[in-house]
Design a protein around this ligand. Structure first.
Ligand code: SAM
Ligand code: F3S
Length: 462
């Protein structure tokens, strides 16, 4: 008997990965993914807890889903409502109390237990145990669900930045064995992946036991082996790095591996040393700038993105200006910025000198104005240039395909569907606010411009 499954995901790439895996886990039990919640036999919310807004959204979504559940119940049909992810881990008991119509709550390490629980008669169930790093032994091997896919290599974080809930919701750092990562990567490429994005909450602390069991591999070595050994893997990326753990082997990877895309997400959070200390980041603004300089020496085409928090407790106008100075110094291709959100149980939430909401809002607007100008400037440098684009989905317009440049820019092109999944060479002829428009360099013969193995890995000159 087939049953419909609706999955809604909030938050980061790790949650996106967890959602794809829970779909894989449930498939052998007859659950087929549906894009509508109203007629689903099971609804899963993969939740985020990083900022207050994310947690609030979950409760309002649960309220909406309750009505679907009740409407179906009136017609004699059951809807199993499941909450997984970081908010489930942090607030599992509260969820069952505030939303008693939720059937099952599972933590970030236990969602693989869902089939067993669904099949059992006991429905009001929660499991928030924390056997960190163990779940991969219970999840079936992955199959690519597209041409650009996520592959977790590390989970959890030991950095305990004073604003962040990740060490509490995802646990302490654990790295997957290198052999398991290589096996997953091979399977992903064999099932259609052309780009692999390695995931970890603090990925550059990766320390996976080596395949022969005699030592450990760091991230740089892992990237080197993936690039050398996996045929038809054209692009590699990794997320998210901490500035304190960028070592020589990572520099070397950026210098030597043509398949490693020249784009690094390296969150700095603030440009003020006082605030960086209060955040427990473990580095100064100058350390960060020096690191970026060394990375750019190793890989002159490297572009950077970052995360920023404005209005951290005690942040003065001078501290905020130091952040603006750092942004001007570095010059980002892209960035995410947030108002500080006090999170339960984190030290910064209890700090006495909270910044008023209107000051936070004002600083966010000012920072974002500069960051979007930098992004626009970066994108404008691509006008008239040829860029290799991995076409990974259909566009909303008829005959349109969408892909990503090496710098994660979204590029749209009029193209035939048979080019979906290919890396093509496109000339950028228009810059829009969130995307670039491309055309085939040889429009008479678009297939000619499909990159072969060699070209697909060619580096761009910025
Ligand atoms: N290393 C992590 C990762 O996997 O991407 C970063 C954690 S978090 C998912 C992403 C970003 O959210 C952080 O870099 C930080 O800028 C922001 N963030 C985390 N806690 C926050 C808070 N309490 N208030 C505002 N922003 C926050
Ligand atoms: Fe969070 Fe800091 Fe770790 S931002 S994920 S505690 S590096």
């Amino acid at each position: 008997m087939t049953r419909k499954l609706y999955v809604k995901t909030y938050g980061c790439q790790m949650n996106v990965y967890d959602s794809t895996r829970i779909i894989d886990i449930l498939a052998p039990f007859g659950f087929i993914e549906s894009d509508k919640p109203d007629d689903a036999d099971m609804i899963i919310l993969t939740t985020c807890y990083i900022r207050e807004k994310a947690a609030e959204k979950m409760f309002s979504e649960l309220g909406r889903l309750r009505s679907f559940k009740e409407t179906r119940k009136a017609t004699g049909k059951e809807t199993i409502l499941v909450v997984i992810g970081c908010a489930a881990q942090a607030q599992g008991i509260e969820i069952l109390e505030r939303a008693p119509y939720v059937d099952i709550v599972l933590g970030t390490q236990n969602y693989y237990r869902l089939p067993e629980i669904v099949m059992s008669p006991k429905r009001h169930f929660s499991d928030l145990d924390f056997p960190s790093g163990d779940k991969f032994n219970h999840i079936p091997p992955p199959t690519a669900n597209g041409v650009a896919v996520f592959l977790p290599v590390q989970e959890g974080c030991d950095k305990f930045c004073t604003f962040c809930v990740v060490p509490y919701t995802r646990g302490t750092e654990s790295s997957r064995p290198a052999a398991a990562v290589l096996a997953d990567a091979r399977r992903l490429v064999a099932t259609g992946a052309k780009e692999i994005i390695l995931l970890g909450h603090n990925i550059n602390t990766y320390r996976g036991i080596s395949p022969d069991g005699t030592g450990y591999w760091g991230l740089g070595h892992l990237l080197e082996v993936l690039a050398a050994e996996i045929e038809n893997l054209y692009r590699l990326r990794f997320l998210t790095s901490h500035p304190c753990h960028v070592d020589e082997s990572l520099m070397k990877a950026f210098r030597d591996l043509p398949g490693l895309m020249p784009y690094l997400h390296l969150p700095v959070q603030s440009g003020s040393d006082r605030i960086l200390t209060a955040m427990n980041r473990g580095h100064t603004a100058a350390d960060y700038c020096r690191l970026v300089e060394r990375l750019r020496q190793a890989c002159p085409t490297l572009a950077l993105s970052s995360d920023f928090i404005v209005g951290f407790p005690g942040e003065t106008e001078a501290d905020f200006r130091a952040t603006l100075d750092l942004v001007h110094n570095i010059g980002y291709a892209q960035a995410y910025s947030f108002k500080f959100s006090p999170r339960p149980g984190t030290p910064a939430a209890q700090a006495p000198d909270q910044v008023p909401e209107r000051v936070k809002s004002d600083r966010l607007v000012r920072l974002q104005r500069i960051l979007s100008a930098q992004q626009k400037r970066f994108n404008t440098t691509f006008l008239g240039r040829d860029v290799p684009v991995l076409l990974d989905r259909k566009g909303t317009l008829a005959g349109q395909l969408i892909g990503r440049s090496p710098y994660m820019q979204v590029v749209t092109v009029k193209a035939q569907e048979n080019l979906l999944g290919k890396i093509v060479n496109l000339r950028i002829d228009r810059i829009r606010s969130n995307s670039l428009d491309g055309t085939f360099v040889d429009s008479a013969n678009p297939a000619y411009t499909v990159y072969d193995e060699q070209c697909g890995q060619r580096r761009l000159q910025v």
